[in-house]
Design a protein around this ligand. Structure first.
Ligand code: PRT
Ligand code: ZN
Length: 292
């Protein structure tokens, strides 16, 4: 039997499911080298003191809390539901979904208050209970472990609280959203003792720097453009870059080349402004890593 290297940090990742591929891609893009094919139970990183352990997503919060693994990647939905005593280190920007209260399309229900005295089926009983307690509405919560959306059809529940991402499962089952309980994404969690341990903390910090570098890079694009010297002040105002843009002269008199970064979420509007100002030959490149 292969053995884990217990000197290494342990990171729990979902073995097979919605978070698996993106979690593995994310770790690889942070420069971690490891094999992940087949039915392996764990992977040892070649270039970082880390063991990646593949488990069911539901077990990750408990494993992190107990210290079976030092770190874990799990959906915020599970963390909200299980409330493990762990430290949240980083939002990872994938696995987006939301926990929603839904009702059959043909029902007249438009507000969560109309569920008073009714039965709600869910795999998220704690989140559901907390939500209805907060609005002071009494409901009966029926815990179901899978295919929750079938319960109204069976006549055993009038409402369903479940994860929604594209909404196609809801549509398929003639359900519609009445209220969103919360948004979720994948989170990096840590065992609280592991981050208090000086040796582990150093490795965790070093891993965090790599992961944050990938996340920051995703939020920016590298942009090069040519512009008349005269509009430099206006361009600087439109794209301040990280500190300020890099400027170099072109062989054509009166013209400069500008290198800067633009935030992804305001990318197109910034490009439009730059063009309107008189910038031309705009070249856009993805950033692999960004360490600020
Ligand atoms: O076997 P294991 O226990 O590890 O996996 P699992 O089947 O319990 O979990 P999995 O792989 O379905 O989800 C893992 C995590 O992905 C969840 O905990 C969420 O954080 C996140 N996630 C993101 C989702 C979804 N999107 C999602 N759409 N989890 C579940 N769903 C399900 C939802 O329950 C519903 O049945 O997909 C259906 C709705 O999807 P849409 O796209 O039709 O709206
Ligand atoms: Zn699961």
């Amino acid at each position: 039997m292969k053995k884990l290297n217990n000197e290494n940090l342990k990171l729990g990742v979902q073995k097979k499911g919605r978070l698996t591929e993106e979690a593995i891609d994310f770790l690889r893009s942070a420069g971690l080298g490891f094999e992940s094919y087949g039915q392996r139970l764990f992977s040892t990183c070649r270039n970082f003191p880390l063991e990646i352990i593949y488990v069911r997503d539901d077990d990750i919060p408990d494993y992190v809390e107990s210290g079976a693994v030092d770190l874990g990647i799990a959906g915020l939905n599970l963390i909200n539901e299980v409330q493990p005593r762990v430290t949240r280190l980083l939002n990872l920007g994938f696995g987006y979904c939301s926990l929603c209260l839904t009702a059959p399309k043909e029902s007249n229900i438009v507000s969560p208050r109309e569920f008073e005295g009714k039965t709600i089926a869910t795999s998220y009983p704690n989140s559901t209970k907390a939500f209805f307690e907060k609005i002071n509405i009494k409901v009966k919560i029926m815990k179901i472990s899978g295919s929750v959306e079938i319960t109204p059809i069976l006549g055993i529940a009038q409402g369903v609280v479940d994860i929604v991402s594209t909404g196609s499962t809801l549509a398929l089952n003639d359900l519609r959203v009445v209220e969103k309980l919360y948004n979720s994404e994948a989170i990096l969690l840590a065992n609280s003792k592991s981050i208090a341990n000086p040796k582990k903390q150093k490795t965790i910090d070093s891993l965090l720097m790599r992961l944050k570098g990938v996340l920051a890079a995703k939020n920016y694009k590298y942009v090069m453009m040519n512009a008349p010297q005269a509009i430099l002040a206006k361009i600087k105002k439109t794209t301040p870059g990280l500190k300020s843009p890099t400027i170099s002269p072109l062989a054509t008199p009166g013209w400069i080349s500008i290198q800067t970064v633009i935030q992804e979420d305001i990318f197109w509007e910034t490009i439009e402004k730059l063009k309107a100002l008189g910038a031309s030959d705009i070249l856009v490149l993805p950033i692999e890593k960004l360490i600020v």
